[in-house]
Design a protein around this ligand. Sequence first.
Ligand SMILES: Nc1ncnc2c1ncn2[C@@H]1O[C@H](COP(=O)(O)OP(=O)(O)OP(=O)(O)O)[C@@H](O)[C@H]1O
Ligand SMILES: [Mg+2]
Length: 239
Amino acid sequence: MPPSVVITVPSIVTDVEEHAVRDAAVSAGMKDPFLLDEPVAAAIGAGVDVTSDKGSMIVDIGGGTTDIAVICLGGSVLSSSVRTAGDEMTEAIIRYCRSKYSLLIGEQTAEQAKIAIGSVWRRDDIQTVSVKGKSLKSRAPVLTELTSNDMTEALFEPVTALIEEICAVIDKTPPELVSDIAESGIILTGGGCQIYGLDKLISSVTGLPVKVADDPALCVVKGAGMADKAGLIPIRERK
Ligand SMILES: Nc1ncnc2c1ncn2[C@@H]1O[C@H](COP(=O)(O)OP(=O)(O)OP(=O)(O)O)[C@@H](O)[C@H]1O
Ligand SMILES: [Mg+2]
């Protein structure tokens, strides 16, 4: 019998947090909840055969956190979770507008600009977007045009931190698994991975192929729904 409910949790969740999630689910009337590591769920949703003995690497870039995991035989062999993700990229755009254009923009405006023209790789067809903000000099409302090159500059810091963390996980990965990843490619999931050129940039720094999953923002939820069909070996004991 498959579990009545699958709940995804970050791979770095503590035992206390795991118990709290389980207790909350049981109190809410859910029978026999099954906790599944989010990167494993993301991998299943991205179409990876997680039970294989071949290693694969998932980088799930969400809003609050980026989860990086090397997956093999149904579980995470190595994992890391950092707070550099989509929200931090949005914050970086706000900081950039303030320092470069003396322009104060709100979080929603910055996020919309990021989704519209966010880019970390120089592009020939420069994209632009007009953003409404407040001048820090005159205090008047102003309309300013941002370009995809602005985005590349603004996103440099968070994206560099993110890639450094990916490299740190690769450095800790056993050589056999790195060879597997070199074949299958690093797989990007999560809404935040849709920034233009992020795959190319990660590939150029790591020297490994990188693929963006189909419907990246939906991989975790799709994977949770497919966990039993994926023949997943439970990586957390059901208590
Ligand atoms: N087209 C896009 N380009 C760039 N970023 C995007 C795009 N669409 C969504 N995002 C960003 O993706 C992030 C949300 O991703 P996702 O839905 O995977 O997060 P989450 O699972 O809710 O967060 P977490 O995994 O941290 O709990 C937000 O920061 C959002 O701005
Ligand atoms: Mg997520």
